[in-house]
Design a protein around this ligand. Structure first.
Ligand code: NDP
Length: 245
């Protein structure tokens, strides 16, 4: 089991679901967690769980659609730690499941603002910090629909395809540094978002977010060599994209 003692990890969407357990698993390996989400109660529960495994967290109650606050977060991390070892860009919203022609403009924009704009803004905010780490690791939560393009999932699928493009380009830009950047397709997981997406489904048939998170955190291993790849949790396999031309 790899060790993250003395390392700092920023996890967005850490108040519940997959992000909560990614944060907890990283803490279990000794990382100090910077936990971002809007719901203070969820962050406080995480803080209790992190303390129980002998680690520590800094709670950042923040709406990630506040772009200036994302810029300020990078500044605060710089002042306090001077670097960032792990970024987990996990926060996301589903938006409405509906035919493209029926999606309301405000719903489409909401999905893009959080899933795409805030993710790019976060990358830009932390880039100097993650480059300052001796083994910077960035993990981006995507989805199978970015590739399957399932009908009615238009806004969400497009946002995840955009996240993958940004992450791959960032990986190609930083390929000659110590930073390693990868995307993840977690597969259907028992969370609030999945219940919203597929309301009739029996959640007991789905993998537990604890187990999914335990697999994802291998992308934070300081010894990881792969970059610009897509980790498929269900298949437990790193998938290679086309090389840039
Ligand atoms: P949840 O809905 O359970 O959790 C989403 C997290 O994002 C929450 O912590 C929420 O915190 C945070 N978040 C949402 N909006 C904002 C905001 N404006 N500012 C800050 N934080 C925000 O989702 P999952 O755990 O299911 O999903 C995690 C990631 O995995 C997502 O990117 C999702 O797209 C992806 N994914 C999930 C799958 C699944 O089956 N569950 C399948 C494929 C991909 P709060 O509300 O407190 O702000």
């Amino acid at each position: 089991m790899f060790d993250l003692s003395g390392r700092t990890a920023l996890v967005t969407g850490a108040s519940r679901g997959i992000g909560y357990f990614i944060a907890l698993e990283l803490a279990r390996r000794g990382a100090h967690i910077i936990a971002v989400a809007r719901t203070v109660g969820g962050l406080e529960d995480l803080d209790d769980d992190i303390k129980a495994v002998g680690a520590s967290a800094t709670l950042v109650p923040l709406d990630l659609t506040d772009m200036k606050a994302i810029d300020a977060l990078g500044g605060s991390i710089h002042e306090r730690w001077g670097k960032l070892d792990v970024l987990v860009a996990n926060a996301g919203v589903l938006g409405t499941i509906s035919p493209i022609g029926h999606i309301k403009a405000k719903d489409f924009e909401k999905v893009m603002t959080l899933n795409v704009n805030a993710t790019w803004r976060l990358m830009r905010s932390v880039e100097p910090l993650i480059r300052a780490s001796d083994a910077g690791r960035a993990i981006f939560l995507s989805s199978g629909v970015a590739h399957s393009c399932r009908p009615f999932w238009g806004g969400y699928a497009a946002s995840k395809a955009a996240i993958e493009a940004l992450a791959r380009i960032w990986a190609n830009e930083l390929v000659n540094t110590a930073v390693r950047i990868n995307c993840v397709n977690p597969g259907a997981t028992r969370t609030a978002m999945r219940a919203q997406a597929v309301p009739g489904e029996n959640p007991d048939t789905l993998p537990d977010p604890r187990d999914v998170a335990a697999k994802i955190i291998k992308l934070a291993d300081p010894a990881l060599t792969e970059t610009g790849m897509l980790y498929d949790v269900r298949e437990d396999r790193m998938l290679r994209y086309r090389e840039p031309e």
